[in-house]
Design a protein around this ligand. Sequence first.
Ligand code: AKB
Length: 343
Amino acid sequence: MAHDSVILITGANGEVGHGLIEYFANHDHAPAIVTLDLNPLDEALHPLVKAHYVGNILDDALLASIESDHAIETIFHLAALLSTSGERNPQLAHDVNVNGTQKLLDLAVRAGETHQRTVKFIFPSSIAVYGLPNVTIKESVGALAEDDYLSPTTMYGINKLYCENLGRYYARHYKQLSEEEVARIDFRAVRFPGLISAHTVPSGGTSDYGPEMIHTVAQGQPYTCFVRPDTTLPFMAMPDGIQALIDLSEAPRASLTREVYNVTSFSLRASDFAEIVTTAFPNAEIRFKPHMGRQSIVDTWAGIIDDSVARDDWGWSPHYDRDATFNQYLLPHIAEKYRTPQI
Ligand code: AKB
């Protein structure tokens, strides 16, 4: 039976999934969208997708039915456990983040063979792949390029780094011993910094202190930050994160010089975050009470990342820099969401 080509989005119910669905559904020439998530898809998105599957990415029968029902052209594989959740349950993180990704890569290979095409596989990786040995080096080393300091200390970071390599293997070397094997996967990954959304508060990540601080204070509640004031991480506004995945997926293959790209917007200390939030919400009550475990995670992550290769290869450029992220995106939407007065 002939099938129409589709884009498959896993972990579709998160905010990145929402953004991708809205983008492709409103794009004239985009294929139809099929989604997979542990939870039922938000009602509002139903008219925008061709089919939604509820279940676990480790469920082989479910993946087989998606594969037989549709001709998959592109996969955005978003489903994952984040870094703090991964330390709470390392075995589950490995199952979902590694075994789940491999199942999706295998599905992509089979879909490519069945429909005689190369399937695009778009993968969000993370700054968690970095593993700086100590804070002194973190502070002195400057912006990290893609191949610097890749010794992650979290299950999540290890999973992401391994899946970057697995994706490159499937794209470039899969079954390299067999003469007639054709590459069936075009694997492309972005390494995200902390993403900050005006609409949702993340959970299970370790960069979450940034978005938690602004959303909590905007609701008139005190916030206790779980990292030291001097902790520096790179961040990006959520719409830019979504745009990065779209831009990379649409870039001509010939312009790409690698599979995995850093993307960033601005780097900020936790104390700078608190200062900006306090300026916007003068009644803010923010205190710092570092959590040893979570602090030790962010101390190994890059404070600044170098995304010049993404800028050169596929024209990456964030729409929101630091000031625009706060003044044009976060503060107006968050104040509106919680109806809190700002100065
Ligand atoms: C996390 O904190 O785990 C994520 C990430 C930076 O990948 N937000």
